[in-house]
Design a protein around this ligand. Structure first.
Ligand SMILES: Cc1cc2nc3c(=O)[nH]c(=O)nc-3n(C[C@H](O)[C@H](O)[C@H](O)COP(=O)(O)OP(=O)(O)OC[C@H]3O[C@@H](n4cnc5c(N)ncnc54)[C@H](O)[C@@H]3O)c2cc1C
Length: 436
């Protein structure tokens, strides 16, 4: 059987269907108080926050805005830190770990309010999100995580044993899970385009095809050369995450691009979807394969993502691997074909936590490590407020220092080739055995 449905579009995100590109600004202004580099969630949220403080702002992107991760992702919405409390305390100290957990609910509230206030129609729903434990050991770790989440934040977390999990997903592959009932789902491209419209509505110029190719610090400000000409700015916010170009060497040495892949199935019968995902929750796994999957906003397809490879592979290879992982969970999908397969770069920090900060006078928010639908707009706004000296810029994410790693000495992610082999043939093989 061919994996591909007729008319399949390998390489094009499912989310781009029906997209109408908003008209962008054509002329680059000569100056702005704040220049934002990158027009994904981080940059657009920074632009809204800075403009609403009274600053003149300009946003430039190397590509069409949104062509980075912000219109390619899984659309899962969650806000508690990616790591458990113990790991955070080890990296940043107990006080910072507490503060990071405490920021989870304010960050989610911020995004919910932003969507409502700007009237963004992006299929946002608090569907709940289930983290699925592959092994008993993972399940035991989840119990510690749930206890910390409940003790250190206002986020609700319910442990699901096998019987409870059967009400959420039609497979017996998992040992148990945690349900975060307030977490949710959105349509990532509609969310991005809604933010873009909110920026343009404010009269803030947004230019695509305007890669910043040099940045000079002069007299307390900056002059940026872009593919659309020069611009002078008092402050600059770098919002480029997994797409940061080598010009920003300090950042590229600390945040590396890790690809994530997704497939969309052909439309499925309603009763089959009801059997696979009865609760219509967002699902993420504890395996190093890092599979994540969901029902599409219109309720007709399974969107299945994961680490098909830690480096760039062709769409056919990636789709085949994801399809195999999907049918390992739901064998009844073996004959189901794929209409879309695509990928994007997540921007990983070595601590797996994002940071908002300043280096050599350049403000930045990045390192979202695969969790950016909430954290990117949250920290984009924080970066703008910090640049403008607004007290709302205070955040525990200023204390999550971005570090270099001995395996990444030349700021080129060559180590991902070796890491890919290690994950696939050692970690993944061991986890597969443990999950049997
Ligand atoms: C496949 C995939 C699935 C994901 N799934 C989820 C999920 O389900 N839930 C979740 O919370 N997160 C998810 N994420 C992560 C989330 O999408 C990102 O964290 C978020 O979109 C980052 O937004 P951003 O604005 O920082 O970066 P991006 O949206 O990547 O934008 C960066 C922009 O910077 C521009 N740029 C780079 N260099 C320059 C330059 N020199 N000059 C001008 N412009 C430049 C790029 O062109 C790009 O448009 C996923 C990511 C991927 C790739």
């Amino acid at each position: 059987m061919s994996l591909w449905a007729e008319g399949a579009a390998p390489g094009t995100p499912y989310w781009w269907e029906g997209a109408e590109t908003p008209a962008l600004t054509t002329d680059l202004p000569e100056r702005a108080d704040i220049l934002v580099i990158g027009a994904g969630y981080t940059g657009l949220s920074a632009a809204i926050a800075a403009h609403d403080c009274g600053a003149s702002v300009c946003v430039v992107d190397a590509e069409a805005p949104g062509r980075g991760a912000s219109t390619r992702n899984g659309g899962m919405v969650g806000a508690h830190p990616r790591l458990g409390w113990d790991a955070l305390a080890k990296s940043f100290g107990g006080e910072v770990a507490d503060a990071l957990f405490a920021e989870a609910t304010p960050a989610l509230d911020f995004v919910r309010d932003l969507i409502a206030r700007e009237g963004i129609d992006c299929d946002f729903r608090q569907t709940g999100r289930v983290q699925l434990a592959w092994t008993r050991v993972h399940f035991e770790a989840q119990q510690r995580l749930a206890a910390h989440v409940r003790a250190k934040s206002d986020v609700k977390a319910e442990i699901l044993d096998r019987a409870a999990l059967a009400r959420e997903i039609g497979t017996g592959r998992y040992f148990g899970g945690i349900l975060f009932p307030e977490h949710g789902a959105l349509h990532p491209r509609k969310y991005h385009d809604g933010l873009l419209a909110a920026v343009l509505r404010r009269g803030v110029p947004v230019l695509g095809g305007a890669e910043v190719t040099s940045l000079d610090r002069q007299g307390g400000g900056f002059t940026a050369q872009t593919a659309k000409g020069p611009i002078r700015a008092e402050k600059v916010i770098l919002a480029t995450n997994g797409y940061t170009t080598p010009l920003f060497r300090w950042h590229v040495a600390r945040v590396f691009p890790l690809p994530s892949y997704l497939i969309a199935t052909e439309p499925l019968p309603e009763n089959l979807i009801g059997h696979l995902a009865p609760g219509r929750r967002m699902m993420v796994e504890t395996r190093a394969r890092h599979s994540y999957f969901r029902v599409s906003p219109d309720g007709t397809r399974i969107l299945f993502g994961g680490r098909a490879s830690m480096r760039e592979v062709d769409m056919r290879t990636a789709a085949r691997r994801l399809h195999a992982t999907m049918t390992g969970i739901w064998p009844e999908l073996a004959e189901v074909r794929v209409t879309h397969a695509w990928w994007g770069n997540t921007g990983f920090s070595f601590s797996h936590m994002p940071r908002v900060g300043e280096h050599a006078g350049l403000h930045y928010a990045m390192g979202f490590s695969g969790s950016g639908t909430v954290m990117a707009p949250w920290l984009g706004a924080k970066a703008a407020w910090r640049a403008l000296g607004d007290p709302r810029g205070e955040t525990a994410y200023a204390a999550t220092a971005l570090r270099r790693h001995v395996l990444h000495p030349f700021a080129r992610p060559h180590f991902l080739k070796a890491a890919d082999l290690w994950y696939r043939f050692a970690v993944d093989a061991a986890e597969t055995r443990a999950g049997r």
